[in-house]
Design a protein around this ligand. Structure first.
Ligand SMILES: C[S@@+](CC[C@H](N)C(=O)[O-])C[C@H]1O[C@@H](n2cnc3c(N)ncnc32)[C@H](O)[C@@H]1O
Length: 264
């Protein structure tokens, strides 16, 4: 099947009808890494790393950090370069393998954030780029937040990003290079799932062409903030787009809300 057919199917999707099986983070973790850390995305990662650095160092008296759902380990690398002692984990062993290659000598393990897999306290914990939105039950979500709180030092902070659902843009977005094509479309959902994103990617030289749906739950930043306060955080703040000087405004049209939970 040619790329155009996939992109047409992506554009025509009106309702959620699951396809694919998260091969992006399993079978193709090593190639998707190239797409993650590409072009403008690099700037996004740098901005996020600066935000995490500032939030942790302003609140806390130390620089230990765990990235939950660390993916291919880009934040771990950037935080390491900023003087942090870092560790990470991800649900998918294949992502862990790529993250370890990027971060030799760093402890990166396979684990589920619902059952926090480290047994120590750190100054900062993050779950970046919607990693927390894969948790599909309220109980699991609360347990995750409790785990974050229990593994932070006094004055530690948790940083969780999430889409803001009402402003979700349903356009198809396409990125292409000489060696791959990536297309993505977010679709709003009713019911237990907040949204789903359908992604198509092709790497012709490697014979890869996939389309799959990524189901996203519990995205409302204010619900997340409230849940954090119930699960051990003293206070919370919702920022916009990893800008430390900008509080999130739900009427602004932005869809990049970042919830920070502060321990005391
Ligand atoms: C969109 S990727 C983001 C990766 C990385 N945080 C980044 O910003 O590049 C989401 C990641 O969350 C991981 N993930 C999903 N559910 C998880 C869970 N319950 N525990 C740990 N990791 C999880 C996935 O395997 C995937 O690597």
């Amino acid at each position: 099947m040619r790329n155009e057919n996939f992109i047409e199917r992506l554009r025509d999707t009106k309702i959620y009808d699951p396809v694919g099986d998260y091969k992006m983070v399993t079978e193709h973790a090593h190639i998707i890494d190239r797409m993650y850390y590409y072009g403008k995305q690099n700037e996004r990662y740098l901005k996020e790393a600066e935000f995490i650095t500032q939030i942790i160092t302003e609140e806390s008296d130390g620089k230990t950090y765990i990235d939950a759902g660390c993916g291919t380990g880009i934040h771990l690398k950037l935080l390491r370069e900023r003087g942090f002692e870092v560790s990470g984990f991800d649900l998918r062993q294949q992502m862990v393998d790529v993250a370890r290659k990027r971060n030799p000598n760093v402890t990166i393990i396979q684990g589920d954030m619902k059952d926090f897999p480290f047994d120590r306290r750190v100054h900062g914990i993050s779950a970046m780029y919607g990693a927390i939105n894969y948790i599909d039950t309220e109980e699991g979500f609360r347990k995750t937040l409790r785990g974050f709180s229990e593994h932070l030092t006094n004055n530690g902070v948790a940083i969780v990003d999430t889409r803001y659902q009402p402003n979700l843009d349903e356009e198809v977005r396409i990125w292409t290079t000489d060696s791959w094509v990536l297309a993505k479309r977010w679709i709003k959902c009713d019911g237990e799932m907040d949204s789903v994103y359908r992604v198509f990617y092709a790497i012709p030289d490697e014979g890869v062409m996939e389309m799959e749906d990524h189901r996203q739950y519990f995205q409302d930043p204010y619900w997340i903030a409230e849940s954090m306060e119930k699960e051990g955080f003293a206070r919370t703040k919702v920022f916009d787009s990893y800008d430390k000087d900008k509080e999130f405004d739900p009427l602004s049209g932005s869809h990049r809300s970042v919830v920070v939970g502060y321990k005391e």
